[in-house]
Write a protein that binds this ligand. Sequence first.
Ligand SMILES: Nc1ncnc2c1ncn2[C@@H]1O[C@H](COP(=O)(O)OP(=O)(O)OP(=O)(O)O)[C@@H](O)[C@H]1O
Ligand SMILES: [Mg+2]
Length: 222
Amino acid sequence: MEIKNLTKIFKVVGKDDIIALDNVNATFDKGKMYAIIGESGAGKTTLINILGLLDDYSDGEYIIDNKPINKLTEDEKADMRMKKFGFVFQSYYLNPKLKAYENVMIPMFINKDIKKSERKDKAISLLKQFGLNDRITHYPNQLSGGEQQRVAIARALANDPEVLIADEPTGNLDKENEKLAFDYLKKICKEGKCVIVVSHNMIVKSYADKIYYIDKGKLYEK
Ligand SMILES: Nc1ncnc2c1ncn2[C@@H]1O[C@H](COP(=O)(O)OP(=O)(O)OP(=O)(O)O)[C@@H](O)[C@H]1O
Ligand SMILES: [Mg+2]
């Protein structure tokens, strides 16, 4: 994925425009882990929402697999959003009424490529990959924060995305679970996926192949 001179302006009626992203350039390749670091309000969530096709940009270019995304139809974009990207949100958003494996199955329901009969086994095998062998039928309120977060990572991988995007995935975790989470993200990355992690946590620096710093909508590389 490549973004060129990407700008995002939020217009709020009666207020000054907010330039959330200001002429941003970046590339993201498979098999690499990227960290996006910046203060609150710097534009991190705005950037990853655009990368994951959850939001539009105002100006510039976004190219995925050599295709400019403004050339895609809404249907093609929706398909790409579902199959290419997996999201881990800061607060996990697990459904409290569903068991761990049922939460992991949610993204599969809209994916015709995964047979109904295979969904449950796939969800269970994903949970096992994250060391949750004996937590498969637990409800979220029966899981620790670290375990809930691993369920959220498993769910993000349900449709076998090429890109995993995580927004502050370790925000609510203690040191030990934080390290475990980054170890798992690194493992996913070594399996060939592109992993993009937004974090305030400086530990991410020791895991990332490339670090992007963002400040007031401007992106810097290190
Ligand atoms: N829907 C929106 N409408 C108007 N302004 C918005 C909207 N979403 C974000 N913004 C503004 O854009 C800027 C960037 O917001 P963003 O959510 O990307 O920050 P962030 O880096 O993710 O911060 P945090 O670390 O607190 O999550 C902020 O000034 C924010 O107030
Ligand atoms: Mg944010």
